[in-house]
Design a binder for this molecule. Sequence first.
Ligand code: 2M8
Length: 425
Amino acid sequence: MRAPTLGARATGVLLANWRGQSTVPAADLYPHQWSWDSAFVALGLRHVSARRAQRELESLFGAQWTDGRVPHIVFDPASSPRAYFPGPDFWRSADVTGRHRPATSGLVQPPVHALAAWETFRADPATARRRGFLPRLYPRLRAWHRYLTERRDLGGTGLVGIVHPWESGMDNSPAWDGPLSRVPPVPAREFRRRDLDHASATERPTDLDYGRYVRLAADYRDSGYSDRPERHSFAVEDPLTTALLAAAEDAMAAIATEIGADPGPHRREVDRLRAALVDELFDPATGTFPARDVHTGAALGYGSVAGIVPLVVPGLPVADALLATATGPRFRLAELGLPASFDLTDERFDTSRYWRGPAWFNIGWLLCRGLREHGAIGLAGTVRGALLRAAERAGFREYVDPLSGQGHGAKDFSWTAAVILDLLH
Ligand code: 2M8
């Protein structure tokens, strides 16, 4: 018998991680629904079952708060409350939402959802139209984006801000070391990490990082999830979140056109967000978009790959500078194909510790899209080929060493399988 193809194996992972209404990122390490994971999952799942991909996004938006926020975790009541820390008892979302089911966290994650919704629609317009997929999701997506632009403009500059490293999706990126160092950690004895039951401590954030994550999340919860910047010891204007919102607004223009709404406001949002990014964050000297600390004004993380992901924004006027950064010594993208999550030449670069260097498949997918968007077709092909080869060799790992391709983190990781499946189509 012939070995199953890469595509068949990717499909197998998505089927195994499906929980009836949504997909878990990884069975043991992440046994609930995560916000941006679901968006990437939908991008792959649409090739397996367009209906299931639609459900993935609908179930996530079913947990949306009345203020518009889409929580970063939606807890699966079928999974033990102790399977993941911090679990539902920590976040106490019902105190704010008044709803006990579903229990959620109160943080958010990068807004890739409208883009995923549009791509999901395109995979099977007939089923989507029959189910009223886009007309039902559109007002929810609008409320989500409004939450980000109104409540999360923490610096008053038009950029989108985050109040916790978990919101960046790139939890322990060296970019956050500075602002995080000001946060008094909760002592490690006061909480029990569950991630270390399933993953090697050398590949995860440290206990000190976790103590600070817990402090920030507890303070946010205790403030009733208030978004006033002075309430937050960690407040950062984030290029990844802002760029993905711009790309999402571009998708919203397409969605609006499809359902007979006015695409104009969405196009203007793309223009506004693009201008805010370029005017406020772009650094010509380093050819990248560093994040910015709202409290000190300091530029953070010139080395984060988040600074080149704004290539996904259509019509970005500084795309050439980002391309030069991507292919220069700090990322060596043309040579490696795999996108390091942090500057290879920085002393904090680490080949195997989570978001401090390893290459991630969702970031690779976003870069492929952004490179194509700006005409760098050859480089997009190089990245695609490297991602496929890495998955072929290492399996659907959570992340890989960008230099050797060796796999790390969770196995059978959903978004890895999903974006690989999408890249095969
Ligand atoms: C990681 O983050 C969670 C917290 O949200 C964790 O470490 O427990 C990050 O890689 C994040 O980007 C991802 O969405 C999540 C689930 O895959 O795991």
